[in-house]
Ligand binder design. Structure first.
Ligand code: SF4
Length: 310
């Protein structure tokens, strides 16, 4: 059982993606209201070797020597990967030893004001930063950042990174009705997106209705309207649940195990993680497909969202 790598999971954007966790749950520079990993327990901008780089490299080597190569190795997981001081070393290791595997970094982008981080990510093929707010007011409301952060610092860092980075930048805006979807915010986001000039602009929202209490996903129609307002050449909506047909890696035995487990008693995603030993991100992909197909339903309980068979 690996501790720092997970998957490969079928990813909406990256095909078959082997994930790497470089920080423990839940170390992040933000505490987004929509975070599906849960509340941030360590809100920080301090960079440390939260997870030992040589251990990650050991696991990666063991995995890649014994399994087919994934489409991407993706830095993501339980928090903000750029908080790990050694992210650059892990990227360098992959580039030198597995040059045919592409590298993606899912990041909230808030620490890009740090030129060291911008430099460390140069070995990536795709960087997917977020920008959910154009004003500090909305930033506070939706992302609940560490005290040292601001939208201006983040945007300046992203512009600088854009000017030097040779790979692709796919900028994500997570739309949350009532938080960052009003006209003025969208107009201001439009200006910032043009300045950052990403290769793609991706609109996302919650995976499932009621995934987190008190907030709802934007509808397809709302996302389309916002996409038109942003008026960016490469804007796409990535917020639909993954269909089994378009999923490259969807294991029937994993689906059956999840179904058998929740048939006995309703479970949260964290119950399933403890019982099955799978990563939360991986479990979520299966839950999304199962819920979309009507095989399971979810409801809010005392410990979070509970999944049960229909
Ligand atoms: S940046 Fe990502 S991991 Fe951090 S709180 Fe926001 S959604 Fe969660």
């Amino acid at each position: 059982m690996y501790k720092y790598i997970f998957g490969p999971v079928p990813s909406r954007r990256l095909g078959m993606s082997l994930g790497i966790d470089l920080v423990p749950r839940k170390v992040c520079s933000l505490n987004c209201v929509y975070c599906e990993v849960g509340e941030t327990t360590k809100l920080t901008t301090d960079r440390k070797e939260y997870v030992l780089c040589h251990k990650v490299i050991e696991e990666l080597t063991s995995y890649l020597e014994n399994n087919p190569a994934p489409d991407f190795i993706t830095f993501s997981g339980y928090g903000e990967p750029t908080l790990n001081l050694k992210i650059g070393e892990v990227l360098q290791f992959i580039k030198e030893n597995y040059p045919d595997i592409k590298i993606a970094v899912l990041t909230n982008g808030t620490l890009f004001y740090d030129r060291h981080i911008r430099q460390e990510l140069m070995n990536a093929d795709v960087v997917l930063p977020s920008l959910d707010a154009a004003t500090d007011q909305a930033f506070q409301k939706i992302n609940r950042p560490d005290i040292h952060l601001s939208v201006d610092k983040q945007v300046e860092g992203l512009i600088d990174f854009r000017n030097k980075f040779k790979g692709e930048i796919w900028l994500e805006i997570f739309i949350l009705p009532g938080y960052n979807d009003h006209e003025k915010e969208i107009d201001s986001l439009k200006v910032l997106v043009k300045k950052i000039n990403p290769d793609r602009l991706q609109l996302n929202t919650l995976d499932r209705p009621g995934a987190i209490e008190g907030i709802r996903p934007a509808t397809r129609e709302e996302l389309e309207k916002i996409g038109l307002k942003l008026d960016y050449p490469n804007v796409e909506i990535i917020a639909s649940a993954l269909s089994r047909k378009t999923t490259k890696v969807y294991r029937d035995d994993t689906e059956s195990t999840i179904m058998e487990t929740i048939a006995r008693r309703p479970c949260t995603v964290y119950d399933l993680r403890s019982i099955l030993g799978l990563h939360v991100n991986e479990i979520n992909k299966y839950l999304g497909v199962l819920e979309e197909s009507g095989k399971i339903t979810s409801e809010m309980g005392e410990r979070g969202i509970f999944y049960k068979t229909t």
